[in-house]
Design a protein around this ligand. Structure first.
Ligand SMILES: *Cc1c(COP(=O)(O)O)cnc(C)c1O
Length: 424
């Protein structure tokens, strides 16, 4: 699509017909009515497209998913009940017991746990690599049973920036797709598919919703990965599915549709992690202003990061928009308009200093959340990442005294004044 990102935020995914609702209708219905069993049978056989049960698909969700596909430049997309469900489905759609994943070690704690603990119990192995791994180090991480590479554009909360092209090239050298969690920059600031990513995931709970209103996730397929060219690796996509009378997803739906159709027809059917149509409606309200909000989050994030950098009580500030940040050049390459409003910093005095600082903040609330209109903050070591050992924390770039501050849409002067008085 040649339209600008703002026009897509506002209008993509839903075009009402004459006399139809201007806003995406909330189809608050678990089920859909048919005149004949034959009509419905065609849907169950994937011979016709349509709706029969909201555990698998709902029209409200599909309009919003189509908007997110347009924003990322993908061929197809689906909504999930959460970002966790999105990342699990994206990986489990092409992995099974006996598969192996290469993942950046600098990722969200929930995703780390999902891969390292829960998916391990399913017989899926992982090799974690540094986001700064060289081509040789990346190549060494692959095995015969590797089926996917996973990373985060801007990692939550370490704020490392993924070298998307390097990771995509490594994945493609080994005949597997790159899955990128693009939650933090959103497609307004970075579109991983343009740099070679094959599948993009989101926690829509964050900036896409942007108002702390609805938990949700999304998966976008670029439609570019050639499953048939690697048919032996992906039997789920390239061999007959007995639960749908032997259809072959990659043949019937092509490169553009196979991945999302399979994830809907099998994983949504069996796990049922659907986003509620109400939440999809709220998500769309957020998407309509995403391109207006993101620049303000970036402006506030940069101002707060620059202020923190000059304070004696602060040992270190991570924000890829700072010239002194080790990821500055990568951030400029992949997100020239800026990344996000999240700033991580380490207070001198570790965990205790972080806790007493956070207690004194008045505008910034202590919350297990980021990417909200309201500024919030969190100490990962005692909350989101408390299941990780100190060794794993350091490997993921998260010292115990780290504070993650998500700068909202308030006036930056007020945010800085709040931080200043808490530091004093
Ligand atoms: C929050 C988050 C998730 C998990 O999303 P939920 O919607 O909370 O399930 C995954 N990845 C990243 C980068 C996140 O920030």
């Amino acid at each position: 699509m040649s339209q600008g990102i703002g026009t897509r935020c506002v209008q993509a995914g839903y075009t009402p017909g004459n006399g139809e609702p201007r806003q995406i209708p909330i189809i608050q219905s678990t089920t859909f009515k048919y005149d004949t069993s034959e009509d419905m049978g065609k849907l169950f056989d994937l011979e016709a497209s349509g709706y029969f049960y909201t555990r698998l698909q709902n029209p409200t969700n599909d309009h919003v998913a189509a908007k997110i596909a347009a924003l990322e430049g993908g061929s197809a997309a689906m909504l999930t009940s959460s970002g966790q469900a999105a990342n699990f489905f994206a990986m489990f759609n092409i992995c099974e017991c006996g598969s192996h994943i290469v993942a950046s070690s600098s990722i969200y704690g929930g995703t780390f746990n999902l891969i390292a603990v829960t998916m391990a119990k399913m017989g899926i192995e992982v090799t974690f690599v540094s986001p700064t791994a060289s081509d040789e180090e990346l190549d060494a991480a692959f095995k015969d049973n590797t089926r996917a590479v996973f990373g985060e554009t801007i990692a939550n909360p370490a704020l490392t920036v993924l070298d998307i092209e390097k990771f995509a090239n490594a994945a493609h050298r080994h005949g597997v797709p790159l899955i990128v969690d693009n939650t933090f920059p959103t497609p307004v600031n970075c579109r991983p598919i343009e740099w070679g990513a094959d599948i993009v995931t989101h926690s829509t709970t964050k900036y896409m919703d942007g108002h702390g209103a609805a938990v949700g996730g999304a998966i976008v397929d670029s439609g570019k990965f050639d499953w048939m060219a690697h048919a032996d690796k992906y039997p789920g996509l390239t061999k007959p599915d007995d639960s749908y009378h032997g259809i072959v997803y990659a043949e019937k739906f092509g490169k553009e549709g196979a991945f999302i159709t399979k994830a809907t027809a099998q994983l949504m059917r069996d796990f049922g992690c659907i986003q509620s149509p109400q939440n999809a409606f709220l998500l769309n309200l957020g998407l309509e202003s995403l391109h207006v909000r993101m620049p303000r989050h970036v402006e506030n994030g940069l101002a707060v990061a620059r202020f923190l950098q000059e304070q004696d009580q602060v040992a270190k500030v991570s924000y890829p928009g700072l010239e002194s940040d080790p990821y500055y050049e990568l951030a400029r390459k992949y997100m020239p308009k800026g990344g996000c409003g999240v700033v991580s910093f380490e207070l001198k005095g570790g965990r205790a200093a972080a806790e007493s600082f956070m207690k004194k903040l008045k505008l910034a609330a202590i919350e297990t959340h980021v990417a909200d209109a309201r500024t919030c903050c969190l100490n990962p070591a005692t909350s989101t990442h408390r299941q990780m050992t100190d060794e794993q924390l350091l490997e993921a770039g998260i010292p115990a005294g780290l504070v993650r501050m998500s700068c909202g849409l308030e006036d930056k002067e007020d945010l800085i004044a709040d931080i200043q008085s808490a530091l004093n």
